[in-house]
Design a protein around this ligand. Structure first.
Ligand code: 5AD
Ligand code: SF4
Length: 426
């Protein structure tokens, strides 16, 4: 989501600035921040200290902070980080030219107002860091779920969906420019909803309309909340081969007690029923997840429930975190952060080790299969090899031959690691 936001910001500022890779040349540096976990905030603090040194050398350099962290701790940041000239929250990017103007007159200012309507739907993002093959499209903003550990509903505001006409036009225009994959983004894409006068468009309808742009345009989406993933969407996915059979379905914990405390709304049994349905309708669908280790009051049994859940689903991939308290959330207010740091780390390591094993098992099952890979670039390890992803979102590396970036290639898998499939084109 932050990449998509940065692309909107680049578009808003394009009449005034061009983008440079060189920090030394920059007249304006913007840091787009995330507050979801504490370590992301710590990294930004470190970066700001490094940039303060740059500012001493170049007095006219302006530094601005964007995104969630701006929302969460604006006063504290302006007080503590003297190198900052302005701060702007995720719903206020349109005011950037004004804030920059003030900053150039040495007036420190901020705009962190959250909006119930802003979706930036009329702004065509500038894909400045893109590989020219795959792009993100933000289809909604904000979140109404209030998971007890999560700061997002406070930093990004209420959920709102973007006009489907603008989303489809953006996907169409990307396809015409040569892009071959779009990832539809939102905190909870399955609750996408747009009311036209006579009919309602939900996420499944939207996905179907984008799938019809061209069979050569791949569609991915993230993130799905387990409570909202519908059979209708699964059937649409099975109908269009260009909708990738890959679902990111954060589970967070395998323990019902923890899920309740996390305010996740579903139970372990409900989640497993959804997995069963996914595998029934989309037998080759890859599933990834998010897991939090060491949430408030997590017992050894709760932790074991998470491990057994991971085995039962057999996730292809997982994003794994240890719990960090976020000020202002329900968990920060109601529950004690009582799992000692060493135990959080130990449990997280167990979760990571199990996932490594599951990812390797899953990749081994692909050996001998032929998969369709959308080529994204040249392999980091060898310029004679290309890499891309198969529909299940697995990275595949194979010898270059006559292929080029943006092509589709049929690749027979020969070897694998836990993170990569290695093959030959056929
Ligand atoms: N501590 C640890 N992980 C968190 N996440 C969100 N909030 C926290 C927190 N306070 C994780 C969840 C979520 C992902 C984006 O970040 O797993 O799905
Ligand atoms: Fe945070 Fe829950 Fe919303 Fe995801 S669904 S952004 S975890 S509140």
């Amino acid at each position: 989501m932050n990449v998509a936001d940065s692309e909107v910001v680049a578009s808003i500022l394009s009449p005034f600035y061009s983008i440079t890779d060189s920090l030394k040349e920059a007249e304006l540096i913007l840091l787009n921040t995330c507050s979801v976990r504490d370590n992301a905030e710590q990294r930004i603090r470190k970066r700001l200290r490094e940039l303060a040194a740059l500012k001493k050398k170049n007095k006219s350099l302006l530094i601005g902070l964007l995104g969630c962290m701006a929302e969460r701790i604006k006063e504290q940041l302006l007080e503590e980080e003297k190198s900052l000239d302005f701060i702007v929250g995720p719903d206020a990017y349109r005011s950037l030219p004004e804030l920059i103007e003030k900053a150039s007159l040495q007036i420190v200012s901020f705009n962190v107002a959250l909006s119930e309507e802003e979706t930036y739907d009329d702004i065509e993002p500038v894909r400045y860091a893109s590989n020219g093959v795959s792009a993100f499209i933000a289809i909604m903003r904000g979140c109404n779920n209030f998971c007890s550990y999560c700061v997002v509903p406070f930093t990004r505001g209420r959920e709102r969906s973007r006009d489907p006409k603008t989303i489809i036009a953006e996907a169409q225009s990307l396809f015409e420019k040569g892009f071959r994959e779009v990832t539809l983004l939102g905190q909870n894409v399955n609750s996408y909803c747009w009311n036209e006068t006579e009919k309602k468009i939900d996420f499944a309808d939207l996905t179907e309309q984008i799938a019809q742009i061209s069979p050569l345009l791949r569609i991915r989406y993230a993130t799905s909340h387990p409570k909202d993933i519908s059979d209708k969407l699964l059937f649409i996915m099975s109908k269009y081969p260009n909708i990738c059979h890959y679902i990111h379905l954060p589970v967070q914990s395998g323990s019902n007690k923890m899920l309740k405390k996390m305010n996740r709304i579903y139970t372990r049994e409900y989640y497993l029923e959804r997995i069963k349905k996914i595998k029934e309708i989309l037998p080759n669908c890859a599933i990834s997840t998010d897991i939090i280790a060491g949430f408030c009051g997590e017992t050894e049994q709760d932790h074991q429930d998470t491990l057994s859940m991971m085995k039962e689903v057999g996730y292809e991939y997982a994003f794994m975190f240890k719990y960090s308290v976020r000020g202002g959330t329900a968990a920060a207010e109601k529950y004690e952060d009582d799992i000692p740091e060493e135990l959080k780390i130990k449990r997280l390591e167990e979760v990571i080790a199990l996932q490594q094993h599951l990812s390797l098992q899953s990749n081994k099952r692909d050996i001998g299969k032929t998969v369709t890979v959308l080529i994204e670039g040249i392999s980091k390890r060898s310029d004679q090899h290309l890499f891309g992803r198969n529909p299940q979102n697995k990275v595949c590396v194979f010898p270059k031959k006559e292929y080029k970036i943006g092509d589709y290639a049929e690749v027979k898998i020969i070897k694998c690691t836990a993170g990569t499939l290695l093959g030959e084109t056929i």
